[in-house]
Design a protein around this ligand. Structure first.
Ligand code: ADP
Length: 216
Protein backbone atom coordinates (compact mmCIF):
# COMPACT_ATOMS: atom_id res chain seq x y z
CA UNK A 1 0.00 0.00 0.00
CA UNK A 2 1.29 3.44 -0.90
CA UNK A 3 1.55 6.01 1.89
CA UNK A 4 -0.51 9.19 1.57
CA UNK A 5 2.05 11.97 1.42
CA UNK A 6 2.22 15.75 1.33
CA UNK A 7 5.54 17.24 0.21
CA UNK A 8 6.91 20.39 1.80
CA UNK A 9 9.20 21.83 -0.77
CA UNK A 10 11.51 24.83 -0.90
CA UNK A 11 15.05 26.08 -0.53
CA UNK A 12 17.02 25.73 2.72
CA UNK A 13 15.69 28.37 5.09
CA UNK A 14 12.29 28.64 3.41
CA UNK A 15 10.54 27.39 6.56
CA UNK A 16 9.74 23.76 5.74
CA UNK A 17 10.74 22.58 9.20
CA UNK A 18 8.72 25.26 11.01
CA UNK A 19 5.57 24.40 9.07
CA UNK A 20 6.18 20.63 9.10
CA UNK A 21 6.45 20.54 12.90
CA UNK A 22 3.11 22.34 13.27
CA UNK A 23 1.30 20.32 10.60
CA UNK A 24 2.57 17.08 12.14
CA UNK A 25 0.63 17.91 15.33
CA UNK A 26 -2.72 17.72 13.55
CA UNK A 27 -4.50 14.41 14.23
CA UNK A 28 -3.97 11.96 11.36
CA UNK A 29 -0.84 13.74 10.16
CA UNK A 30 2.77 12.92 10.96
CA UNK A 31 5.89 14.92 10.09
CA UNK A 32 9.10 13.44 8.75
CA UNK A 33 12.11 15.74 8.36
CA UNK A 34 14.93 14.05 6.49
CA UNK A 35 17.51 16.52 7.84
CA UNK A 36 16.38 15.77 11.41
CA UNK A 37 16.57 12.01 10.75
CA UNK A 38 20.20 12.47 9.65
CA UNK A 39 21.04 14.73 12.58
CA UNK A 40 19.59 12.15 15.00
CA UNK A 41 22.11 9.54 13.85
CA UNK A 42 25.17 9.00 16.01
CA UNK A 43 28.08 10.76 14.33
CA UNK A 44 30.21 7.65 14.81
CA UNK A 45 27.71 5.35 13.05
CA UNK A 46 28.51 4.45 9.40
CA UNK A 47 25.67 6.57 7.94
CA UNK A 48 26.25 9.31 10.52
CA UNK A 49 29.81 9.67 9.24
CA UNK A 50 28.62 9.83 5.62
CA UNK A 51 26.08 12.50 6.60
CA UNK A 52 28.69 14.70 8.28
CA UNK A 53 30.99 14.34 5.28
CA UNK A 54 28.35 15.51 2.78
CA UNK A 55 26.34 17.97 4.90
CA UNK A 56 29.45 19.87 5.97
CA UNK A 57 30.06 20.60 2.28
CA UNK A 58 26.45 21.53 1.54
CA UNK A 59 25.95 18.40 -0.56
CA UNK A 60 23.27 15.73 -0.58
CA UNK A 61 23.90 12.36 1.03
CA UNK A 62 23.82 9.56 -1.64
CA UNK A 63 20.30 8.48 -2.59
CA UNK A 64 20.12 4.79 -1.68
CA UNK A 65 21.15 5.12 2.00
CA UNK A 66 18.91 8.19 2.27
CA UNK A 67 15.87 6.24 1.11
CA UNK A 68 16.79 3.36 3.44
CA UNK A 69 16.95 5.81 6.34
CA UNK A 70 13.54 7.16 5.35
CA UNK A 71 12.00 3.66 5.15
CA UNK A 72 13.48 2.71 8.52
CA UNK A 73 12.13 5.87 10.12
CA UNK A 74 8.63 5.32 8.74
CA UNK A 75 8.70 1.74 10.01
CA UNK A 76 9.78 3.08 13.39
CA UNK A 77 6.95 5.64 13.48
CA UNK A 78 4.49 2.92 12.51
CA UNK A 79 5.78 0.38 15.03
CA UNK A 80 5.54 2.92 17.86
CA UNK A 81 2.01 3.95 16.91
CA UNK A 82 2.92 7.46 15.81
CA UNK A 83 1.90 6.81 12.23
CA UNK A 84 -0.93 4.67 10.93
CA UNK A 85 -0.35 4.08 7.20
CA UNK A 86 -4.04 3.29 6.64
CA UNK A 87 -5.49 6.44 8.11
CA UNK A 88 -2.72 9.00 8.32
CA UNK A 89 -0.90 11.31 5.96
CA UNK A 90 2.85 11.80 6.18
CA UNK A 91 4.21 15.32 5.74
CA UNK A 92 7.57 14.89 4.01
CA UNK A 93 10.07 17.66 4.59
CA UNK A 94 13.35 17.44 2.69
CA UNK A 95 12.63 14.23 0.77
CA UNK A 96 12.49 13.41 -2.16
CA UNK A 97 15.29 15.86 -2.90
CA UNK A 98 16.22 15.01 -6.47
CA UNK A 99 14.60 13.15 -9.39
CA UNK A 100 16.35 9.88 -8.51
CA UNK A 101 14.78 9.96 -5.04
CA UNK A 102 11.40 10.62 -6.66
CA UNK A 103 11.93 7.46 -8.67
CA UNK A 104 13.03 5.39 -5.67
CA UNK A 105 9.94 6.51 -3.73
CA UNK A 106 7.50 6.23 -6.63
CA UNK A 107 5.97 2.92 -5.58
CA UNK A 108 5.98 3.80 -1.89
CA UNK A 109 4.12 7.12 -1.71
CA UNK A 110 1.01 8.63 -3.22
CA UNK A 111 1.65 12.37 -3.35
CA UNK A 112 -1.57 14.25 -2.62
CA UNK A 113 -0.16 17.79 -2.70
CA UNK A 114 3.12 19.66 -2.89
CA UNK A 115 3.57 22.98 -1.12
CA UNK A 116 6.33 24.95 -2.77
CA UNK A 117 7.51 27.47 -0.19
CA UNK A 118 9.11 29.87 -2.62
CA UNK A 119 11.38 32.70 -1.59
CA UNK A 120 12.56 35.05 -4.31
CA UNK A 121 14.95 36.90 -1.99
CA UNK A 122 18.09 34.84 -1.53
CA UNK A 123 19.51 37.19 1.09
CA UNK A 124 16.47 36.50 3.23
CA UNK A 125 17.18 32.76 3.16
CA UNK A 126 20.82 33.33 4.09
CA UNK A 127 19.81 35.59 6.96
CA UNK A 128 17.32 33.00 8.30
CA UNK A 129 19.92 30.22 8.09
CA UNK A 130 22.48 32.27 9.97
CA UNK A 131 19.96 33.03 12.69
CA UNK A 132 19.11 29.31 12.92
CA UNK A 133 22.80 28.44 13.24
CA UNK A 134 22.93 30.35 16.50
CA UNK A 135 19.65 28.97 17.81
CA UNK A 136 20.02 25.31 16.87
CA UNK A 137 23.76 24.89 16.82
CA UNK A 138 23.78 23.49 13.27
CA UNK A 139 27.19 23.05 11.71
CA UNK A 140 25.91 23.38 8.14
CA UNK A 141 24.24 26.73 8.91
CA UNK A 142 27.26 28.26 10.52
CA UNK A 143 29.28 29.37 7.54
CA UNK A 144 28.21 31.42 4.57
CA UNK A 145 30.21 29.32 2.11
CA UNK A 146 28.35 26.14 3.17
CA UNK A 147 25.04 27.99 3.02
CA UNK A 148 25.79 29.16 -0.52
CA UNK A 149 26.79 25.60 -1.50
CA UNK A 150 23.45 24.30 -0.15
CA UNK A 151 21.51 26.91 -2.09
CA UNK A 152 23.45 25.88 -5.21
CA UNK A 153 22.69 22.19 -4.55
CA UNK A 154 19.03 23.16 -4.24
CA UNK A 155 19.06 24.96 -7.60
CA UNK A 156 21.11 22.30 -9.38
CA UNK A 157 19.50 19.09 -8.06
CA UNK A 158 16.42 19.67 -5.95
CA UNK A 159 14.35 22.15 -7.94
CA UNK A 160 13.92 19.54 -10.68
CA UNK A 161 11.74 17.49 -8.30
CA UNK A 162 8.84 19.85 -9.07
CA UNK A 163 9.01 18.83 -12.73
CA UNK A 164 8.46 15.18 -11.75
CA UNK A 165 4.89 15.77 -10.55
CA UNK A 166 1.77 16.99 -12.34
CA UNK A 167 1.23 20.69 -12.04
CA UNK A 168 -2.20 20.42 -10.41
CA UNK A 169 -0.55 18.96 -7.27
CA UNK A 170 1.79 21.93 -6.83
CA UNK A 171 0.69 24.87 -4.69
CA UNK A 172 2.82 27.99 -4.58
CA UNK A 173 3.19 29.47 -1.09
CA UNK A 174 4.98 32.77 -0.51
CA UNK A 175 7.46 31.94 2.24
CA UNK A 176 8.53 35.55 2.73
CA UNK A 177 5.31 36.01 4.72
CA UNK A 178 5.31 35.54 8.47
CA UNK A 179 4.99 31.90 9.58
CA UNK A 180 1.36 32.27 10.70
CA UNK A 181 0.30 33.50 7.26
CA UNK A 182 2.28 30.72 5.54
CA UNK A 183 0.49 28.20 7.78
CA UNK A 184 -2.88 29.72 6.96
CA UNK A 185 -2.21 29.48 3.21
CA UNK A 186 -1.21 25.82 3.58
CA UNK A 187 -4.18 24.92 5.80
CA UNK A 188 -6.70 26.43 3.41
CA UNK A 189 -5.50 24.02 0.73
CA UNK A 190 -4.90 21.04 3.02
CA UNK A 191 -8.46 21.18 4.33
CA UNK A 192 -9.81 20.64 0.82
CA UNK A 193 -7.80 17.50 0.06
CA UNK A 194 -10.03 14.40 0.16
CA UNK A 195 -9.44 12.29 3.25
CA UNK A 196 -8.90 8.51 3.28
CA UNK A 197 -12.03 6.46 3.74
CA UNK A 198 -10.44 4.71 6.72
CA UNK A 199 -10.41 6.24 10.16
CA UNK A 200 -8.20 5.16 13.05
CA UNK A 201 -10.84 6.23 15.55
CA UNK A 202 -9.22 9.60 16.17
CA UNK A 203 -11.06 11.37 13.44
CA UNK A 204 -14.24 10.41 11.70
CA UNK A 205 -13.82 11.10 8.06
CA UNK A 206 -17.06 9.75 6.67
CA UNK A 207 -20.21 10.43 8.66
CA UNK A 208 -22.92 7.93 7.85
CA UNK A 209 -26.35 9.50 7.46
CA UNK A 210 -28.16 9.22 10.76
CA UNK A 211 -31.64 8.00 9.91
CA UNK A 212 -32.96 8.50 13.41
CA UNK A 213 -32.99 12.25 12.99
CA UNK A 214 -34.79 12.16 9.68
CA UNK A 215 -38.34 13.36 9.91
CA UNK A 216 -41.32 12.94 7.70
P1 ADP B 1 17.98 22.49 4.74
O1 ADP B 1 17.78 23.56 5.71
O2 ADP B 1 19.20 22.67 3.89
O3 ADP B 1 16.75 22.14 3.96
P2 ADP B 1 17.98 19.85 6.02
O4 ADP B 1 17.93 19.88 7.47
O5 ADP B 1 16.77 19.45 5.25
O6 ADP B 1 18.48 21.28 5.59
O7 ADP B 1 19.20 18.92 5.51
C1 ADP B 1 20.50 19.05 6.02
C2 ADP B 1 21.45 18.17 5.22
O8 ADP B 1 21.03 16.81 5.33
C3 ADP B 1 21.46 18.45 3.73
O9 ADP B 1 22.35 19.48 3.40
C4 ADP B 1 21.95 17.10 3.18
O10 ADP B 1 23.34 16.93 3.34
C5 ADP B 1 21.26 16.12 4.11
N1 ADP B 1 19.95 15.71 3.57
C6 ADP B 1 18.73 15.99 4.07
N2 ADP B 1 17.75 15.44 3.33
C7 ADP B 1 18.36 14.77 2.33
C8 ADP B 1 17.91 13.99 1.22
N3 ADP B 1 16.61 13.77 0.98
N4 ADP B 1 18.85 13.48 0.40
C9 ADP B 1 20.16 13.66 0.60
N5 ADP B 1 20.66 14.38 1.61
C10 ADP B 1 19.78 14.95 2.48
Amino acid sequence: MKLRAILLFGAPGAGKGTQGKILGQIPNFAHFSCGDAFRNLRVDSPLGRVFVEYASKGQLVPDEPTIELWKGSINGLTATGRFNPEADTIILDGIPRNPRQVELMHDLIEVKAIFNLFCPVIEKLIHRLQRRALKENRLDDANVEVIRARLETYKRETRAVLGCYPEHLIHQIDSTQEPLQVLLDILKILAKIPKPAVSDGNTTFMVAPDRSVQHG
